[in-house]
Each structure stands twice: as C-alpha cells, then as structure tokens.
Design a protein around this ligand. Structure first.
Ligand code: UD1
Length: 329
C-alpha cells in the first residue's frame, strides 16, 4: 500500500485519480484549493507531506488562458506552485512524483513532407485561416504534409501560457529528480473528457463546450472545417494511468508518457457523436478559428504501453455515449 498526496484532489481529474487510488487500496491525502489548501503554501505541505510515499500532482490552472493578463496567474499556480512542492518533497524525503502534464507541450503535431521527411510546420497564419486554408504546410517547400502520431521524443514547442507552464513543471521535476535521486513521471494527457468535466468557461476544453451547448439546447459550434484531429481520452483511463505510474520509472530522471486513447478522431466527429446521443441539435461547422490552435495532434500510446503497462480501455463510442448525459461539474 502506498500513501499518496494527491494535489487538486477535488478537481475533475484529481478526484477520479484519488478514487482510483483508493479503489486499489492506497491511502490518499487530498490537497485542494477548494478546501483552503494551496500547493504554494509551504505550511500546508509541511502538514500533509510527512509519511507520504508519492505526490500525484494534479493541481493546476488549466485551459488556454484568455489573454496575457493571465500570465502571472499561470506562472504562479503552475510554476511557482510546483517549485514549492518539489522543495518540500526534498525536505520531507518524498522520492516519487507523478506529474499531470499535457500534450500541449508539443505544440503542433508531427508531420511528414513527401520531399523533406519529418517537418515542423510553422503556426498557421491568420491570412491562411481567414481564407479557410486550415492544413499546415511544409515549412521548406509549402507542400501539403501528412500528420503522424507524435511520440515523447518529439521536440517541445509550447504555444500558450498554459503549455509553457506545463513544460516548465516537467523541467523543474527533472531538476528535482536529478538532484535528489527521486523518480518523476510526467503524464502528458491528451484531450481528457468524462463525468464531472467542468462546464463551459473560457478555460474549458472543446468536449465540455459541446456538451454544455447540447444541454442548453444549442448546436455545438465546430470551428475551422471540423477536420482537426485530437485524441479524446476518458478520465477513468487517465486515472488508471496515474495508478500505473506509482511504480517503475528510473531514479534520478523524469520519464514522460503520452496518455491517450490511441484512437484519433476529428472535432467534427466528436460533435456529431455527442449530438447523436442527445438527439440533437445537429452541430454547425462555422469556419471560425482561434489563432494558435493546433490542427492535428495525436499520440503514439506505445511508450506508455511498454513503460507503464497502460492501455486505454474506454473506446470513443462508449465514452461519448456516457459523456453525453453524464453530470458536469
Ligand atoms: C485542450 C485543452 C488544453 C489541454 C489539452 C490536452 C483547453 C482550452 N484546452 O487543448 O488545456 O492541455 O486539451 O488535454 O482546455 N473548438 C471548436 N469549437 C469550440 C471550441 C473549440 O470547434 O467551441 C475546436 C478548436 O478550434 C480546436 C479543438 O476544438 O481545434 C480543440 O480545442 P480545445 O479543447 O479548446 O483545445 P486543445 O488544443 O485540444
């Protein structure tokens, strides 16, 4: 039995991680801002950390951010909070960290050009997006490119405040592991969905936005042409990945894993699946775009299968069927 401090234990993912740990007989100490405990508060950590074997760090400011006014808050909660946590772990001799990271550390997904092989397309220009040209192009010859699953060795390219702070958390955790001999595992979540997902806010992911719209009797508004690809992974699968990360890994290093379903779908397909389950209204494809959105990102689940023995169990059709009527938070 492991004693785990779960940060963000009252949140969408954290609460289901805590439940999965308890279901496996582990002891969970919950830390959450909602009950007045801040991960940036050293006194809170000094109270909760003694005796813990592992910290499962889910607490974070999430989403995309609204504008640069959000930068200090992202940096404070995600970067400073993790730094305070790691320093306290070192002092209390807690030698294992499981970190909730994100696929957003990669930026745009991986692409192959017929002439130039593996390439990293530049962010799409507003001129291209404006005229409905949504597909990234080869940065060398401008030709169309084919997207491929991204693996953990892909270069990182964080493109917003949230992404930047998630990558910073990984770097800080790697520093901690190196200096203390601790074992750090970063779980790069793809698009997590499922029961208790927070409702539509400026910080919500697309699955929650569509689900909230349908509940209100409004049509999901699908941006671009709906052909953007994501890997939607169910929150209970994500929770199981956290359980799997309690063991293994290499002392002194951070190992990163994609946590995905391995079953990519387009945003248009996701909207259609949810709308069908609820009996409408039908999604509308609007051609709107958000500058900075990536077009396709899908994951290779290979390394997590080998290193963690993790494999998603809840398929797209089954998961979306449940999510269509599951309670939101
Ligand atoms: C999302 C999360 C990110 C998280 C990542 C991996 C947000 C805002 N983004 O990134 O924090 O790390 O998953 O879990 O929480 N779209 C529509 N209609 C809408 C809103 C969005 O079609 O009403 C489209 C977007 O244009 C985009 C796609 O849906 O192409 C996904 O959007 P979103 O879920 O917001 O962001 P991700 O980049 O997938």
């Amino acid at each position: 039995m492991t004693k785990a401090l779960v940060t963000g234990a009252a949140g969408f993912i954290g609460s289901q991680v805590a439940e999965a740990l308890e279901a496996r007989g582990h002891e969970v100490i919950g830390l959450d801002l909602r009950s007045g405990d801040d991960v940036r508060d050293r006194a809170v950590l000094d109270r909760l950390l003694p005796g813990a074997d592992v910290v499962v760090h889910q607490a974070a400011k999430v989403g995309l951010g609204v504008d640069v006014g959000d930068l200090p808050d992202y940096a404070s909660v995600n970067v400073f909070g993790t730094a305070v946590l790691l320093a306290a772990m070192a002092e209390h001799g807690v030698g294992r960290l499981v970190l909730a990271s994100s696929m957003v550390v990669y930026g745009e997904g991986a692409y192959d050009c017929a002439r130039h092989g593996r390439v990293r397309p530049r962010p799409r220009s507003s001129a291209d997006l404006e005229r409905g040209s949504f597909e990234p192009r080869c940065p060398r010859c401008g030709a169309g490119v084919a997207f491929v699953a991204i693996d953990e060795d892909a270069p990182t390219d964080p493109r917003n405040a949230y992404a930047t702070t998630k990558l910073a958390q990984e770097h800080l955790a790697a520093n901690w592991a190196r200096e203390t001999g601790g074992t750090a595992t970063a779980l790069r979540y793809h698009n997590v969905y499922g029961p208790r997902m927070p409702r539509n806010t400026p910080y919500s992911g697309v699955a929650a936005i569509f689900r909230s719209a349908l509940e209100a009797g409004r049509a999901p508004r699908v941006f671009e042409d709906g052909g953007q690809t994501r890997d939607f992974v169910h929150v209970r699968d994500v929770a199981e990945a956290n359980v799997a990360a309690l063991t293994g890994g290499e002392p002194g290093t951070l190992t990163a894993y994609n946590i995905a379903s391995g079953e990519p779908h387009t945003v248009g397909e996701m909207a259609a699946a949810l709308a069908a389950q609820r009996g409408g209204p039908e999604p509308v494809t609007t051609g709107e775009y958000r500058l900075g959105d990536v077009r396709h990102i899908l994951a290779s689940p290979q390394r997590a299968a080998v290193g963690l023995g993790y494999q998603a169990r809840i398929g797209f059709a089954e998961g979306m069927k449940e999510f269509a009527t599951a309670p939101l938070a």
